[in-house]
Design a protein around this ligand. Structure first.
Ligand SMILES: [Zn+2]
Length: 594
């Protein structure tokens, strides 16, 4: 017997909305929270978490702490290093904590150096931002990341683009880095802090580039306009946006405008010569329609400006297990096939209901091969444009409530979670006994069930509720190498350290990437239909998906990718597909994006 639609919708909504916002648990130690500024910042995060209980996320990736001064002191803080880079980043003299990553595919040929801050009590934010940057950068090519402190004179000449993420106010930047940025013709993307160190190193910066930084603007900014499209920005972000003085408009292109509450604007991002500057960290407090997607396109403009414009769409039929209704599967298939829309089907191979929820307390446990009508429906889907992926083994964990009721399709499988008093899902950490052997064992068990059902082995994996430990991500990388989801990321990966599960962040992608786990990631970025408001989570209807797809048109080679539960029937599906097509998107097979 199937669990209720409402319950499933609720479970899906929690996950989708959390990742829409790019969640990050914040668990600072007492020592970290010592100063007044820190306390204010933490209060802001707490407030945001309460606010978004109304629908957007359960855990934010915060902005950096509010800058110490509205107008920073223009000065050089670093020392001159005599170290010189060798010509390749893999040389034995590479900076400490250097990590490299490959492009999502061979046609992406850029080579980007990602530099980030590492000092201060919130240094972990620098690494998280760098991970999110590296993930996006991989769409266009390979990357190397390390703390900016390890920059070697001449190093940038080994790359085709440089991205620096300024997240620690007054991080001492190596003078060699400042000088190389000022001397190079290579494209440089600079975010937020420490632009004042760059200008301090070049007294005629303003004359040369036609602009200079002015001061942090702490106005309430809830909108960023980019190429004529209005994108959202969470007004709880109190960390400010750097304002500018533009003295020679002929040299400066304003790439986006931040809109204050009173309707006035300031540049959000601008470009002059080889330098592109974004006045904030665009990974903080992200939601579906966020200025983050504008940033994804700004990044394309810097790293791969000749990228052709194309708009592709993806649809995935979600949470299909042995308990699925074959008639519902055939109905969505017939509709999609009639429109020649290729699609993916997320399949878990074993259904469990250890507590007998909505089954009179009688436990249930069966696999695909015990439901031949479901298997036949899956084969029917395959014959009409459907590709099956592995959506875990049981999509739940043992006999536990993790966090809901232990029923397949509702619970997390590869991560522990609970629901707190405010009905928010709290991510607790890896499952008890998590290991490569454990995760690999579940994947093997699921593969076996696909085989016993007479189905070919899936080549794509999707984590149930988009969550696993770093260990589990590594196992999926070695067994599949391809995921179709949003990622969960932890500090440590770029520094050769164990994952820090006290700080996690989710990230969705508006185009395919190869993430820091090494896996190609087929994107899902506009969520799913939620016809029923449940607790604090809002309704999300086809018009909302289409509106998000429309905003994603700002990404020149972006996708509009959504998932859909077959028990919702075909009406919402039809409205979503045709609405997205009406914007100029073409539905393609998922694997064609990587
Ligand atoms: Zn699922």
């Amino acid at each position: 017997m199937r669990t209720s639609i409402l319950r499933r919708a609720f479970a899906a909504a929690l996950t989708a909305t959390m990742f829409a916002a790019g969640g990050a648990l914040v668990a600072p130690t007492g020592a970290n929270a010592a100063s007044t500024a820190d306390a204010t910042w933490l209060a802001q995060i707490t407030k945001w978490r309460k606010a978004v209980a109304d629908g957007d996320s359960d855990a934010p990736l915060p902005a950096p702490p509010k800058p110490a001064r509205t107008t920073p002191t223009q000065r050089v803080l670093g020392t001159t290093s005599t170290a010189t880079a060798t010509t390749t980043a893999t040389a034995t003299t590479a900076s400490p904590n250097t990590v490299t990553g490959r492009a999502v595919n061979a046609s992406a040929t850029a080579k980007t150096l990602v530099l980030y801050d590492e000092t201060g009590p919130y240094a972990w934010l620098g690494e998280i931002y760098a991970q999110q940057t590296a993930n996006l950068v991989s769409h266009h090519g390979a990357w190397t990341a390390h703390p900016v402190s390890g920059y070697r004179a001449g190093e940038l000449s080994g790359y085709s683009a440089i991205v620096y993420i300024g997240s620690t106010y007054d991080e001492p930047l190596p003078v060699s880095f400042l000088d190389d940025v000022l001397a190079t013709n290579l494209p440089v993307l600079w975010m937020y802090d420490n632009i004042w160190q760059l200008t301090a190193r070049k007294p005629d910066f303003q004359a040369t580039y036609g602009f200079t930084w002015k001061q942090f603007d702490f106005s309430t900014v809830g909108e960023v306009r980019y190429n004529g499209t209005s994108l959202t920005r969470d007004t709880i972000n109190g960390s400010g946006i750097m304002d500018h003085v533009i003295t020679d408009p002929s040299k400066v292109t304003v790439l986006g405008e931040a809109v204050r509450a009173d309707g006035t604007t300031l540049p959000w991002a601008l470009r002059s010569g080889n330098i592109t500057y974004v006045g904030e960290i665009p990974f903080a407090y992200v939601s579906h329609d966020d200025r983050y997607i504008a940033f994804a396109d700004v990044l394309t403009g810097v790293i791969a400006p000749s990228t052709p414009t194309r708009h592709r769409a993806l649809v995935r039929i979600e949470d299909v297990g042995p308990d699925a209704d074959p008639a519902e599967l055939r109905a969505v298939t017939d509709y999609l096939y009639s429109k020649r829309v290729p699609f993916t089907v997320a399949v878990y191979s074993r259904y469990r209901n250890p507590k007998g929820v909505e089954n009179g307390g009688v436990a249930e446990d069966y696999t695909l091969r015990q439901r031949p009508q479901v298997v036949n429906a899956l084969k029917y889907m395959q014959s009409r444009g459907g590709t099956l992926l592995m959506h875990g083994y049981t999509h739940q964990l043992g006999a536990e409530n993790n966090p809901y009721d232990g029923v397949s399709g509702n619970d997390f499988e590869f991560y522990r979670a609970h629901v707190d008093d405010a009905d928010r899902v709290i991510y607790d950490g890896p499952v008890v006994g998590d290991s490569a052997l454990w995760a690999g064992g579940r994947i093997m068990a699921s593969k076996l069930e696909f085989a016993l059902a007479g189905l070919a082995q899936p080549t794509i994996f999707e984590f149930p509720h988009y969550a696993g430990s770093a260990t589990d991500y590594d196992v999926v990388q070695s067994t599949f190498g391809v995921r179709y989801d949003r990622g969960l990321y932890f500090p440590g990966r770029l520094r050769g350290q164990a994952a820090d599960y006290s700080h996690l962040s989710g990230q969705f992608f508006p185009y395919a990437v190869r993430d820091v786990y090494g896996s190609a990631v087929i994107p899902e970025n506009i969520g799913n239909i939620e016809p029923v408001a449940y607790n604090t989570h809002p309704v999300r209807l086809p018009a909302d998906l289409v509106a998000s797809a429309k905003r994603n048109l700002v990404v020149r080679d972006g996708v509009a990718s959504f998932f859909y539960h077959p028990y919702l029937g075909t009406s919402f599906l039809k409205q979503s597909v045709e609405g997205i097509q009406g914007l100029g998107y073409t539905f393609v097979p998922a694997a064609s994006t990587i």
